[in-house]
Design a protein around this ligand. Structure first.
Ligand SMILES: C[S@@+](CC[C@H](N)C(=O)[O-])C[C@H]1O[C@@H](n2cnc3c(N)ncnc32)[C@H](O)[C@@H]1O
Length: 477
């Protein structure tokens, strides 16, 4: 018997090399798909871990973020392109393979990464996470994708605008068709406006800070950010934009809750409610849906300067704790309670001003949550409808005669905005209420394109804000 040690067969392939940036982006995409995770929650801890491990700098973090967000946002378009490059239905492609493919398509068609680098990095990633056989499939598909650029591909795979305008826009701008339809209904107008809006949803929003009045100033924030990064807000007197991004928590004022991260639209809504004209007492303010506390903190700071106390109510205890945190240190009186605004613990007629920033589909913040457009279903709107009406009805009971209620959503969908307010005012599905519209447009001075009133709809493509809606009502009897 030959007792010579056997020679191991020669390895047919070299070991695949793990590229930490693509590997991390793939991990994040898998978490979003498999665990229904949110990219904006999954990514930061992964990036932190990679940084701590030592081989990840800020450029790597920026690339990983771009790969995850870009791939998720453009998923609808990229799926259609991949489908055109394979000879079986897309649903038969395993989700991890599709993630590698879509991330490869994003590098090829949505970034400046050179073609050969985009293909070879994707194939290498596929070898690491999928194995040799599937890596060949990835290679073959991506080589087909290199045959054209983004515009060329959408011209091939999208129906023409003339044949089916909504399907065309859905595919070109990567939104589900029902969302295109709903946004277009709310926006009105022709092709240019809706195209601008859909594209704005595909852009990464600037980080905007709020200098809570009486606690911090825009000058303090601008000085802390420096000339290169700090820009004044467009509309809100309390806003500062971080032009180059970065970590807001590094600013002392943010760490001390004297300032915070808050979209300018959200600032405008809180300030508008505080600015609504009111006769008589003006000391008891309520935020009835306060979590996580962005608008509550601005309202409390504005109220403190005017001798008003804020009651911030939130149904979810963990979100009520976030409200506590953002209000901590407010110079005026405030209280945070866990309460259900549809079965409120307060008496009718208690408050002078109330904000009801109700739970909604979030269709106005698609640019912040890249995966949400694919998760939301049309049916979700029906589940919010009774709650939105119930919260508004209770707010109109809780305000004193002559007091004002602001009904706000982070959605422009008509079924969540004007239809809710009109239903409640007309007593549809509940007792009639005695209230009248207040024109909200003058409450946002200097902000253009606010529509025909009396309510206000902000838009990402027109105002650079989330698509926040605000109706202001005054109780008349
Ligand atoms: C759109 S968010 C409010 C955002 C908040 N105003 C801000 O600016 O940070 C809606 C909030 O209402 C809360 N909520 C849901 N149902 C509620 C209810 N019945 N009563 C009170 N709060 C409720 C949700 O938990 C969520 O925190």
């Amino acid at each position: 018997m030959n007792d010579q040690p056997r020679r191991r067969p020669a390895t047919p392939h070299r070991r695949p090399k793990k590229d930490p940036v693509r590997f991390l982006a793939f991990e994040a995409l898998r978490a979003v798909d498999e665990r229904d995770a949110y990219a904006n929650l999954v990514l930061p801890p992964l990036l932190k871990k990679a940084r701590a491990a030592g081989d990840f700098d800020s450029r790597d973090a920026a690339l990983a973020t771009e790969l995850v967000y870009g791939t998720l946002r453009r998923q609808g378009t990229y799926d259609a392109i991949v489908a055109a490059c394979i000879d079986r239905p897309l649903r038969e492609v395993d989700p991890p393979v599709l993630d590698v493919l879509n991330m490869g398509v994003h590098q090829l068609l949505g970034t400046r990464i050179p073609t050969h680098a985009a293909v070879s990095a994707s194939v290498e990633l596929a070898r690491v996470v999928l194995g040799e056989g599937r890596a060949k499939f990835v290679n073959a598909v991506l080589r087909k994708v290199t045959a054209d650029d983004f515009d060329g591909w959408v011209a091939r795979v999208a129906p023409s605008y003339e044949d089916d305008a909504e399907d065309h826009l859905a595919l070109v701008h990567s939104h589900p068709r029902w969302i295109v339809s709903a946004l277009w209904d709310a926006l009105g107008g022709g092709r240019a406006g809706i195209e601008d809006l859909l594209e704005a949803d595909n852009e990464r929003p600037e980080v905007t800070l709020v200098a809570r009045p009486g606690r911090s100033t825009t000058d303090e924030l601008l000085a802390a950010l420096g000339e290169d990064n700090g820009l004044p807000g467009r509309w809100s007197p309390y806003a500062v934009r971080m032009a180059e991004g970065g970590e807001p928590g590094a600013l002392t004022a943010v760490r001390e809750s004297r300032a915070g991260v808050q979209d300018e639209g959200s600032q405008l809504v809180a300030a508008a409610l505080a600015n609504a004209p009111l006769e008589g007492s003006d000391t008891r303010w309520l935020d009835g849906c306060a979590g996580p506390g962005g608008k509550a903190a601005l309202l409390a700071a504005l109220g403190a300067g005017r001798g008003a106390a804020l009651l911030a109510a939130e149904k979810q205890p963990h979100r009520a704790r976030l409200v506590e945190r953002s209000l901590a240190g407010n110079p005026g009186p405030y209280q945070v309670i866990t309460a259900d605004g549809t079965r409120p613990p307060w008496r009718p007629g208690t408050f002078d001003r109330i904000l009801m920033d109700v739970p909604c589909s979030g269709l106005g913040a698609l640019r912040r949550r890249p995966e949400s457009r694919w998760r939301r279903r049309k049916e979700d709107l029906e589940s919010f409808a009774p709650l939105q009406r119930g919260l508004l009805r209770e707010a109109l009971k809780a305000v004193r005669v002559g007091g004002v209620v602001g009904y706000a959503t982070c959605s422009p969908h008509l079924a969540e905005t004007r239809v809710v307010v009109e239903d409640v005012l007309k007593g549809r599905g509940g007792a009639p209420v005695e209230a009248e519209w207040v024109d909200a447009r003058p409450l946002m001075p200097g902000v253009p394109a606010l529509g025909d009133g009396p309510d206000v709809q902000l838009w990402p493509h027109l105002h650079g804000t989330d698509a926040m809606y605000l109706a202001v009502l005054r109780r008349t009897g």
